[in-house]
Design a binder for this molecule. Structure first.
Ligand SMILES: N[C@@H](CCC(=O)N[C@@H](CS)C(=O)NCC(=O)O)C(=O)O
Length: 92
């Protein structure tokens, strides 16, 4: 399986915020479109370069922009995929 490397999700597998985003990516069937890179939030320089807060998850877009909060990343995935991943309209 080839994974598109243009979007990179920086993750720590034990992070509940990362697992939530990974579940949404799977639900939206975008797992081939987002490369996942495991990082140590306390030491990893590529995470620090993308997100000075050094928090995971961080989603690095193809244009270099970094999305740095799980709710923001999930909203981006939802908008991109058209999948209903969060409550909509009156469900909210
Ligand atoms: N509000 C953030 C919280 C992310 C967060 O706190 N991640 C933790 C791991 S569960 C982290 O990166 N901790 C490293 C640090 O605070 O330096 C989100 O929803 O993504």
């Amino acid at each position: 399986m080839t994974v598109d490397q243009s979007l990179q999700l920086l993750i720590a597998p034990r992070s509940p915020f990362c697992r939530k985003v990974m579940a949404c990516i799977a639900e939206a069937a975008l797992h081939n479109r987002v490369a996942q890179q495991i990082v140590d939030p306390w030491t990893h320089e590529s995470l620090r370069a993308a997100n000075p807060l050094c928090k995971v998850p961080t989603l690095r877009l193809a244009n270099g922009t970094a999305l740095i909060d799980s709710a923001v990343i999930i909203q981006y995935i939802q908008d991109w995929s058209g999948s209903a991943l969060t409550p909509q309209g009156k469900e909210q």
